[in-house]
Design a binder for this molecule. Structure first.
Ligand SMILES: [Zn+2]
Ligand SMILES: [Zn+2]
Length: 343
């Protein structure tokens, strides 16, 4: 292969295993940077991408959007970054910069969001990636690259709704699901001064949830415990991918309380709306975060010592990593370390 070509791992069709895939690097636009990848986290969204869950994926599909690496080439309009800078990149690698949402600084709501993903044309399970420099974030020097990688998607996805709805602190927050997103949500909510309850289907996650900063732990299927928290949470963060009893979750919200759905979960089509109406509850979606929140999240995590639990695996074992995530065995996030130079 020529020295300018890029080696990544791609699914050739929906649901397939990844295979080594060599491609020419995308042309560098004037606002683009090329980043040589050292680390890339494995997010559940990558797997939904491989499976074309969203119907927007083109194959060959190179997943990966929790990226850390060093800037290796810069377009002529890039400012504030230089070759060799260590940066983090999340799900969003660009935006139109001119729609009403981009102009308001809410780039994650860009009207062209289908084309804003870092994995377009090719993502981070690769030796390099090209993104708009405005979505490549300088990292705190003391933060390890694997920690930063996970914060780029899981971190910002839980930080944004907490900052928006629980920034006043001393609020009662319930985190549903203690996985890649949930274990970070517990840490951020605790650091923001909230009283945190972890709600999980796995009793074995109790000890670790308390270690992450949860004040209480409840088994989601335990009807008696769920009844005890009736009308008690200001905010529920729904981070699980499994099915849940939404009626009993809504019963645990306080009046004017809010349930925020993070990630693309299987949500039941029907639940009892009685409580929702009489207690003026809200159900809200939350998607990653804007660029201002990303910078704020990185310094907050560094200052508060927030760090995901990570299993490191070589990128050449990406299929094994994906299998572990599919089987819900990752504790709590897998980060791939680039070893592709051996090819
Ligand atoms: Zn993600
Ligand atoms: Zn836009």
């Amino acid at each position: 292969m020529s020295h300018s070509s890029v080696l990544g791992y791609a699914a050739k069709a929906a649901g397939q295993l990844l295979e080594p895939f060599t491609y020419e690097p995308p042309k560098l636009g004037e606002h683009d940077v090329q980043v040589s990848i050292t680390h890339c986290g494995v997010c559940y969204t990558d797997i939904q991408g491989i499976d074309d869950h969203y119907g927007i994926v083109a194959y060959p599909f190179v997943p990966g959007h929790e990226i850390v690496g060093t800037v290796s080439a810069l377009g002529r309009a890039v400012s504030g970054l230089k070759e060799g800078d260590r940066v983090g990149i999340g799900w969003q690698g660009r935006s139109c910069m001119k729609c009403e949402w981009c102009l308001q600084g809410e780039e994650q709501l860009c009207q062209d969001i289908d084309n804003c993903g870092t994995w377009k044309p090719y993502g981070g399970f690769s030796s390099s990636v090209v993104v708009d420099y405005r979505f490549a974030y300088l990292l705190p020097a003391a933060m390890s690259s694997e920690v930063a990688a996970v914060l780029m998607c899981a971190g910002i996805s839980v930080y944004t709704p907490l900052r928006t709805y629980a920034a006043r602190g001393s609020q009662k927050v319930g985190v549903i699901g203690v996985g890649g997103l949930g274990h970070l949500a517990i840490q951020f909510a605790h650091a923001l001064g909230c009283e945190v309850t972890a709600i999980s289907s796995s009793p074995e996650k109790k000890e670790q949830s308390l270690k992450f900063g949860a004040d209480h732990f409840i088994i989601a299927e335990d009807q008696a415990s769920m009844r005890q928290v009736r009308l008690s949470f200001d905010l529920l963060l729904y981070t699980s991918h499994g099915k849940s009893d939404w009626t009993s979750l809504l019963y645990s919200l306080k009046s004017n309380g809010r349930l925020v759905i993070i990630g693309f979960s299987d949500v039941p089509v029907a639940f009892d709306p009685l409580e929702l109406v009489v207690h003026q509850m809200s159900i809200t979606g939350s998607f990653i975060g804007n660029r201002v929140a990303m910078k704020e999240m990185l310094s907050f995590a560094q200052a508060q010592g927030i760090a995901p639990e990570i299993e490191l695996m070589p990128m050449s074992q990406a299929n094994d990593a994906i299998r572990r995530v599919r089987e819900n065995k990752a504790r709590y996030r897998i980060v791939l370390v680039n070893d592709l130079d051996i090819f």
